[in-house]
Write a protein that binds this ligand. Structure first.
Ligand SMILES: *Cc1c(COP(=O)(O)O)cnc(C)c1O
Length: 486
């Protein structure tokens, strides 16, 4: 490892070459009013282009990416994203559009958004769609604001509560609170599913809706979904589906047929946009007829000849994102859907389910299996068996890194101790899954014979074990020239 990676600056070095401005009167010194001019020098590192390129290339090699190996993150779907998506998203006519262009000059982009919306409606079975939300969480917030608008529009003003299972993704309760609701937690049964008795007890005239992930976050299908739907609808609430990961359902089950009233989809998970490092993402929301009137503006419409922005929707909740959402993520999803087609998408889901069950069957003898059941696109095992040797799930995850694989999602969902949520994804070949399984089984053996090697892992990564607690409490992502803080 190089030392002092971040301190290569030498005063006066430059990485740019700009032509001299010989039209003196147009130089920024002349044009820029005095009050806007910088009074103190900008505190930036000074390096040659060569050193800048090396710096970033070096950093990129310290990182892990899907081109290195499998990313078995349950609930996050880090599958391989076809490069053709990026190619199409980089076309001039998409990448360089200005959001203020008028309708007539962006008919192609509008057609793409319209047709993507139609495709998502077909996949989910719903009647309306908005492509604006920039993430799954923002899709949730949008859906909950629509549910709120729906109840208020009917003068049903006492519906202040959103019911959420204790296995839900953390964004669910957060979105509900931001949308102005109180949350009510529904317990999970020992079979990993919603406790119907508890749901019946807690659903009442104050229930605005129920947020459910199906397949749920332990990788199992909520078999009682039609009973759940009935309980909620009978008390006047609406059904929100967290469809961040639709990997098990494409072309097989439509959210509308399970009795949901709306669903958000994470294009950056199921529909193949890379999402390491936090974005950009896209969380379109598809809704049933009941919720259509409240959808955000603008809606994109087609009159048979031309595409339009429709702003004139009286009951709309308004805008929830600048302009029209993260457009290039939409381009990638559209490309992915067209290339796969109806049959291809079904195949994506079949492969996701088969891959997950194949890996599950290889690992379940060595790792504690709380539900002992076939899974959907992901499965949950735990590190409980290894605890007797003094190692935790975290130690197992760190050791996986030594073997050149990324670790699965750990300690989520919160209700299962020492959880490992594993999702090989549809894009991994059998040989890769075999390699990953071999590593996991080797680590299970090491836990018994040489626990120390797990406790001190990782050994082969550019950065050894970090202090998570300190990193979370004293987060510092700024560069301060000449100082190493934090
Ligand atoms: C990823 C995920 C979310 C949140 O999506 P973001 O785009 O990260 O906001 C919500 N629910 C589930 C089940 C998820 O896996």
């Amino acid at each position: 490892m190089e030392k002092l990676i971040f301190e290569k600056s030498v005063k006066g070095r430059k990485a740019y070459t700009l032509p001299k401005c010989n039209l003196d009167e147009f130089s920024y010194e002349k044009l820029l009013p005095e009050k806007f001019k910088r009074k103190v020098e900008l505190n930036l590192p000074e390096l040659s282009e060569n050193e800048v390129a090396r710096h970033f290339h070096h950093l990129s090699k310290m990182n892990y990416c899907i081109e290195d190996n499998v990313y078995p993150l349950g609930s996050c779907t880090m599958k391989y994203n076809p490069k053709v998506n990026d190619k199409v998203a980089s076309f001039d006519g998409f990448a360089n559009l200005h959001p203020h262009l008028n309708e007539d000059s962006i008919q192609g982009a509008l057609q793409l958004m319209y047709e993507l919306g139609e495709a998502l409606k077909k996949i989910t079975g719903f009647h309306g769609v908005t492509l604006q939300p920039a993430s799954g969480a923002q899709g949730e917030l949008t859906g909950l604001l629509l549910i709120r608008a729906y109840h208020l529009d009917r003068n049903d003003t006492n519906r202040t509560k959103i019911l959420i299972p204790d296995s839900a993704h953390g964004t669910n309760p957060a979105s509900a609170v931001i949308a102005g609701f109180q949350t009510v937690t529904i317990k999970t049964n020992s079979d990993g599913r919603v406790n119907l008795e508890e749901l019946k007890k807690l659903a009442d005239a104050t229930t605005a809706g129920f947020m459910l992930t199906n397949p749920n976050t332990v990788g199992l299908f909520e078999k009682d979904i039609l009973q759940i739907e009935k309980i909620i609808h009978d008390c006047g609430g609406l059904m929100y589906m967290d469809g961040a990961n639709l990997n098990a359902l494409l072309g097989i089950v439509k959210p509308i047929d399970m009795g949901f009233d709306c669903v958000h989809l994470n294009l950056h998970k199921t529909f193949s946009t890379p999402h390491g490092g936090g974005g950009p993402g896209s969380g379109p929301l598809c809704v049933s007829e009941k919720l259509v009137p409240y959808l955000p503006i603008p809606q994109i419409t087609f009159d048979g000849a031309k595409y339009h922005f429709e702003y004139n929707l009286e009951k709309s909740i308004g805008k929830i994102h600048t302009f029209f959402g993260n457009f290039l993520v939409l381009v990638r999803a559209y490309t992915y859907i067209l290339i796969n087609g109806t049959e291809g998408l079904k195949e994506v889901s079949r492969s996701a389910i088969i891959n997950a069950n194949y890996l599950y069957s290889k690992l379940k003898s060595k790792f504690h299996d709380p539900f002992n059941e076939h899974c959907m696109h992901e499965f949950l095992l735990t590190g409980e068996n290894q605890k007797q040797f003094g190692v935790t799930t975290k130690d197992i995850a760190k050791r996986i890194l030594d073997y050149g694989f990324y670790a699965p999602t750990i300690y989520f969902p919160l209700i299962i101790h020492e959880a490992m949520l594993i999702e090989p994804t549809d894009t991994e070949a059998k040989e890769r899954i075999d390699q990953f399984a071999e590593v996991m089984l080797k680590i299970a053996e090491e836990a018994e014979t040489n626990p120390e090697i797990l406790l001190t892992a990782p050994h082969n990564t550019p950065v050894r074990r970090v202090d998570d607690a300190r990193a979370a409490r004293y987060i510092n992502v700024n560069y301060f020239k000449g100082e190493t803080k934090g």
